[in-house]
Design a protein around this ligand. Structure first.
Ligand SMILES: [Zn+2]
Length: 250
């Protein structure tokens, strides 16, 4: 909820007009909490919900946000589930897939990942989608570890917005695919840039004195758009996406 709204929304929550949207929630009644030091938020009246509940809630909210974001774009003519021979399907490791059909005939699969996915498993998914003629746009949920700095006391790390690199990101780079880290609450997603690479240099990041890290560059969803090569952001535009995917098709 927006900060400062806890008092206004409490009545609607307590009277049962606003309830938890998670279908399998064991106790849907909510109340609201207002804080000075923390963000305002909804809280379950009953027992504290499980970790699975939080993930389901984030999937629901992400799905709705991605749908609205994509539907608002003129070049998107249809949004739907992934289909093979007329039947919809799921891919293990991907919690949510939304396929956007663009007006030039291309199809982009927005793939949301909120559990651990290894580099090999990612590559299998990537190839599978390509066999179906879909361009995968990979969106990873944000966890604390994703944005944890290698050493929070290090002022260089702080200035360059660094996170630890991972084998999956490295594999994605090799295959010309650009991961996005989603910050659901802020409606932002971040590109990851290799320190010392041309894009990092163009954006003014100085190479840190640390190994195995990448720069995190957040972009507002409102400033990004779908294109035939994935998700164009202010940091990584369509031209770069196209060049990466063409150079590394093998
Ligand atoms: Zn609930």
């Amino acid at each position: 909820m927006p900060d400062g709204e806890a008092h206004r929304l409490r009545e609607a929550a307590k009277s049962g007009v606003l309830i938890c949207p998670v279908p399998e929630c064991p106790s849907k009644r909510l109340t609201t909490c207002a804080y000075r030091e923390k963000r305002d938020h909804f809280r379950h009246v009953g027992p504290r919900p499980s970790h699975t509940h939080r993930r389901s809630y984030m999937q629901l909210t992400t799905h709705s946000m991605l749908r609205h974001w994509a539907a608002d774009q003129d070049q998107v003519i249809e949004l739907g589930e992934p289909e093979m021979d007329g039947d919809s399907f799921e891919i293990e490791g991907i919690s949510l897939i939304l396929v956007a059909h663009l007006d030039d005939g291309s199809e982009v699969a927005l793939c949301y990942v909120d559990k651990r996915l290894g580099a090999d498993a990612w590559e299998e998914c990537h190839d599978f989608l390509r066999e179906l003629g879909l361009v995968g746009a990979w969106i990873f949920s944000l966890t604390k570890t994703y944005f944890a700095l290698p050493n929070q006391a290090d002022p260089i790390a702080d200035r360059n917005n660094l996170i630890l690199d991972k084998p999956i990101y490295e594999r994605m780079r090799k295959r010309g695919s650009w991961p996005l880290l989603l910050n659901l609450e802020e409606k932002e997603w971040a590109n990851l840039l290799v320190p010392g690479g041309s894009r990092a240099e163009n954006l003014g990041f100085s190479p840190p004195d640390l190994d195995h890290v990448v720069h995190v560059v957040p972009n507002r969803l409102a400033d990004c758009r779908l294109c035939p090569y994935g998700i164009e952001t202010p940091a990584i535009n369509e031209w770069i996406l196209r060049k990466s995917s063409h150079n590394k098709r093998s």
